[in-house]
Design a protein around this ligand. Structure first.
Ligand SMILES: C[S@@+](CC[C@H](N)C(=O)[O-])C[C@H]1O[C@@H](n2cnc3c(N)ncnc32)[C@H](O)[C@@H]1O
Length: 316
């Protein structure tokens, strides 16, 4: 088996220490070539192009540059295994089989999962969010998963204001199977006066849902309490409630402000409120609602996320 390693830095050093004895490496490769590394020759990319090999292990974080160079040289993508493959949303590695054979399955699985920074970090390897819908906004869903894992000793219910078709609520229900989950929505779209300035497509699309359809996709429907109608009227009776987790996702200013005013004073210490769309330029009312709330109640302890629509995580 003829194996070459592209790179002579830490990545290549770790590879030799952890998974690939130096005797198995024909040569290292650098753009210019020359000299040796760990006692093996360092050849140039041009020299590599003229050689026959089974696997080239790209052992540098500059995998985007390497991929371009190798492509220009006509190296078949199937023959390259990228060790540092974590800066691209699409996996560059065509197959893990040959690499597993050579480097061992454990090592390759470590690469495969931990190096996918925006896909599957090592600490969430035991996936709880999988299946249909789980590929929708990775950062948002993984943040929810990480937050729910911190709620064990925090008392209170879960709630979502702004449920629509239940796409996010279903994950809350799955991740917090022991908690009551209040779902607040008109289930027939926005308040007409409040959404008057919005596009008709936007308003119309949000009417297209139904309570049954939402309950149907909940993994623990026995925990669901539907609060149908216009918030905050639908919070009646819950004034004495405590909440450990709230998802606030109503898109518009007045409803967002009503949600902040109702839920934040009722959050358990250690709980979290996830405010969707805080940094969404298409829905500027959400940020305005936060500014208004902060003017009334003081600065929130909050972390903005880099998820698709710019969620703000408020910590209670
Ligand atoms: C963007 S959708 C929610 C999406 C959902 N959270 C998800 O991630 O799949 C916004 C929802 O907020 C609801 N909504 C907006 N203002 C509301 C209010 N004052 N009372 C009840 N529901 C409201 C709308 O009916 C709509 O279904």
């Amino acid at each position: 088996m003829k194996i070459y390693v592209y790179g002579t830095g830490c990545g290549a050093g770790d590879l030799v220490d952890e998974a690939l004895p130096i005797e198995k490496i024909e040569a290292f490769v650098e753009r210019e070539g020359g000299g040796s590394f760990l006692g093996r020759p360092v050849i140039s990319l041009e020299e590599l192009a003229g050689r026959d090999f089974d696997l080239l292990i790209a052992a540098s974080r500059e995998s985007a540059r390497m991929a371009k160079e190798l492509d220009a040289l006509g190296v078949a993508a199937e023959k390259v295994f990228y060790l540092k493959n974590h800066l691209v949303p699409v996996d560059r590695n065509r197959s893990y089989e040959l690499a597993s054979e050579i480097l061992g399955k454990d090592y390759v699985n470590r690469i495969r999962f931990s190096e996918r920074l925006i896909r599957v970090p090592l600490w969430t390897e035991r996936e709880k969010i999988t299946g249909p819908g789980s590929d929708n906004d990775y950062v948002r869903l993984k943040t929810l998963e990480a937050i729910c894992a911190r709620l064990d000793s925090i008392p209170g219910a879960a709630a979502e204001l702004g449920v629509y078709r239940g796409g996010f609520a279903r994950w809350i229900n799955q991740l917090l199977p022991e908690r009551r989950l209040y779902l607040f929505d008109t289930f027939s779209g926005f308040d007409e006066a409040e959404s008057a300035a919005c596009g008709t497509g936007f308003a119309q699309a949000h009417r297209n849902t139904a309570v049954d359809r939402v309950v149907e996709i909940m993994p623990h429907p026995e925990q669901i309490e539907i609060r149908r109608g216009l918030f905050p009227q639908t919070a009646e009776g819950l004034e004495g409630g405590r909440f450990a987790l709230v998802s606030l996702d109503v898109d518009l200013e007045e409803s967002t402000l009503a949600g902040l005013r109702f839920f934040l004073p009722r959050m358990s210490a250690g709980g979290y409120l996830l405010l969707h769309d805080y940094n969404n330029p298409k829905l500027p009312g959400v940020k305005r609602a936060v500014e208004r709330y902060e003017a009334e109640a003081g600065r929130l302890r909050a972390v903005p996320l880099c998820d698709v629509n710019g969620t703000l995580v408020v910590s209670a």
